[in-house]
Ligand binder design. Structure first.
Ligand SMILES: CC(C)(COP(=O)(O)OP(=O)(O)OC[C@H]1O[C@@H](n2cnc3c(N)ncnc32)[C@H](O)[C@@H]1OP(=O)(O)O)[C@@H](O)C(=O)NCCC(=O)NCCS
Length: 216
């Protein structure tokens, strides 16, 4: 099964949150993810689907002729932008990635990397993207939470009662060509002792035109 999935074709299929079964499945996946799973957030996503477009990350179901397997989801967002005002020219569009999740049983099969690459293609194409899209942006947990021994970095995992992650998501995006331009406090968490913890995120971007540039 694993080797089949590694070589099988992976697709991005638009999520229809007006379909009750898909709404339930997204809620199930978000609940496993642990972020943005409350009905209010999901309703908001359903109502703003022209700005935040969600996709299922699917693989063919080889056991039956039934519909493909929804291994996770990812979204492409036209607003709000993350870039600083001077980072893009007036006619250069920015599209960001968020709400990215692969179910634990389908991880490490390169589905995540394939999904990001497919999303980069969708970002420059109508109807979901924009032919003027130059930058893909996102935020990812700072790698200092993996490598910096200080209590406010690696020390947070013990305070949150969670294991140290086995890899850095910031580095994972770096391996796909994303570069960080700043790290800032962004998300509020609560430690097991009730104390607030603010998580610092790396703001990352990829210039889609750069890969087409040839030296000389
Ligand atoms: C981040 C995430 C989407 C990655 O999806 P994935 O399909 O498992 O990732 P891939 O298989 O494409 O990653 C391949 C590479 O990433 C690294 N990697 C991924 N998971 C890893 C793990 N658990 N431990 C160590 N390295 C890991 C490895 O270098 C791996 O290559 P290898 O298998 O050849 O060693 C998935 O782990 C996830 O859903 N995590 C929880 C939600 C999350 O963090 N979302 C992103 C928020 S910005």
């Amino acid at each position: 099964m694993e080797s089949e999935l590694l070589s099988s074709k992976c697709n991005l299929e638009p999520v229809d949150l007006h379909d009750e079964a898909q709404f339930r499945e997204l809620r199930r996946q978000r609940t496993i993810c642990g972020w943005d799973f409350d009905p209010h957030t999901l309703q908001k996503w359903r109502d703003n689907n022209h700005l935040k477009k969600l996709f299922w990350i699917t693989v063919p179901n080889t056991n039956t002729n039934e519909a493909s397997i929804r291994t996770g989801h990812i979204s492409l967002n036209k607003l709000p932008g993350l870039l600083e005002p001077d980072m893009a020219k007036e006619n250069e569009v920015e599209i960001s990635i968020s709400s990215f999740f692969i179910l634990p049983e389908y991880r490490r099969l390169r589905l995540g990397k394939r999904a990001v690459k497919m999303l980069e293609q969708l970002a420059v194409t109508e109807p979901f993207g924009d032919s003027c899209c130059r930058y893909i942006t996102l935020t990812a947990l700072s790698k200092r939470y993996i490598y910096d021994e200080a209590p406010e970095w690696r020390g947070i995992w013990q305070r949150l009662g969670e294991p140290l992650p086995s890899f850095s998501i910031q580095e994972w995006y770096e391996s796909l060509g994303y570069v960080s331009w700043k790290v800032e406090p962004l998300y509020a968490e609560t430690a097991m002792d009730g104390e607030p913890i603010t998580l610092w995120e790396a703001f990352m971007k990829k210039d889609l035109r750069e890969k087409n540039r040839r030296p000389g």
